[in-house]
Ligand binder design. Structure first.
Ligand SMILES: [Fe+2]
Length: 291
């Protein structure tokens, strides 16, 4: 069984009929990847220069904060920085329109977070084990606690040379959480407040954030889990786009370059099936509230 739920259409956003929107909502919340093989995000002629080497100052990503209009991780200055800002801002807006067209229930409920442009080839990139995104993991970020809110991401492969973006996708969240939960260290009382006061986290880390971070690390460290035969390899071709809850779907990006990504947050109560959220799954395992 594939983890991809596919949809036709090359117009952005694709005009889905209500039955397709219902299929998309069920699939996404069940941990499927909504896949649009023919939905390309168009790079304008004056933006093609950003697909050349040399714009990235960081190891992985150029980032954009749509709320502030600020760029990070790039050497671009002046007119170039303005052009890159336009490109990423355009992607942020297009991603919002895409989600609203595909899952009308989330309209007005999703909160726009960072945009990233990933120009660097993944294969052969070196990073510490914790930052190695070629290992299966669910997303959780040490400095940005979500307090149980979902991490919903839109990706587009914009590689000008036609190179696919290669992912591996692991078992469903509930079974993985059950597999790992008992060996995750318990939260230390007071440490979340200390992290917040020291400015290490943006907002206070909840027990939910603690468990998600520990789960993220434990998954990446577990050699036998990484080799599990239940893993599906997926190639997202250039000119395709996909939507996925990356806090729920175990994923590893193993090769590819030139992707755009937009993050949104969503309160699990806005889901059609809140009980499928990582928050609720972990709370069931813990037997108490975690956020
Ligand atoms: Fe990730």
């Amino acid at each position: 069984m594939t983890r991809l739920e596919s949809f036709d259409g090359s117009a952005w956003p694709p005009p889905l009929v209500p039955s397709e929107q219902a299929r998309a909502t069920e699939a996404l919340e069940a941990g499927q990847i909504l896949y649009f093989p023919a939905l390309a995000f168009t790079i304008e002629p004056e933006e093609r220069r950003f697909l050349a080497d040399g714009w990235s100052a960081a190891v992985k990503n150029i980032s954009f904060d749509p709320a502030r209009g600020t760029l990070g991780g790039t050497k671009a200055e002046g007119e170039d920085a303005a052009g890159l800002t336009r490109l990423m801002s355009r992607y942020a807006q297009a991603s919002q329109k895409l989600i609203e067209a595909v899952i009308p229930n989330y309209r007005g409920q999703i909160e726009m977070a960072r945009t990233s442009f990933r120009p660097v080839e993944i294969a052969g990139r070196t990073s510490s084990p914790r930052h190695d995104d070629t290992k299966l993991h669910v997303d959780a970020f040490p400095s940005r606690p979500t307090a149980g809110r979902r991490i919903l991401r839109v990706f587009s492969n914009i590689d000008p040379n036609g190179q696919a973006r290669q992912w591996r996708v692991g078992a469903p969240f509930a079974s993985t959480a059950r597999q790992f939960y008992q060996r995750l260290p318990r939260p230390v009382p007071g440490s979340a407040l200390a992290h917040a006061m020291l400015g290490l986290t943006k907002g206070r880390r909840r027990d939910y954030d603690h468990y998600m971070l520990k789960l993220h690390d434990a998954m990446k460290r577990d050699v036998s889990y990484q080799q599990d035969s239940g893993v599906e390899a997926i190639a997202f071709p250039a000119g395709s786009s996909w939507i996925v809850f990356t806090d729920q779907v175990a994923h590893a990006a193993t090769a590819g370059r030139h992707a755009l990504e937009q993050t949104f947050h969503l309160d699990p109560v806005q889901m059609k099936h809140p009980e499928r959220s990582p928050l609720r799954v972990l709370e069931d395992l813990a037997g108490r509230r975690l956020a």
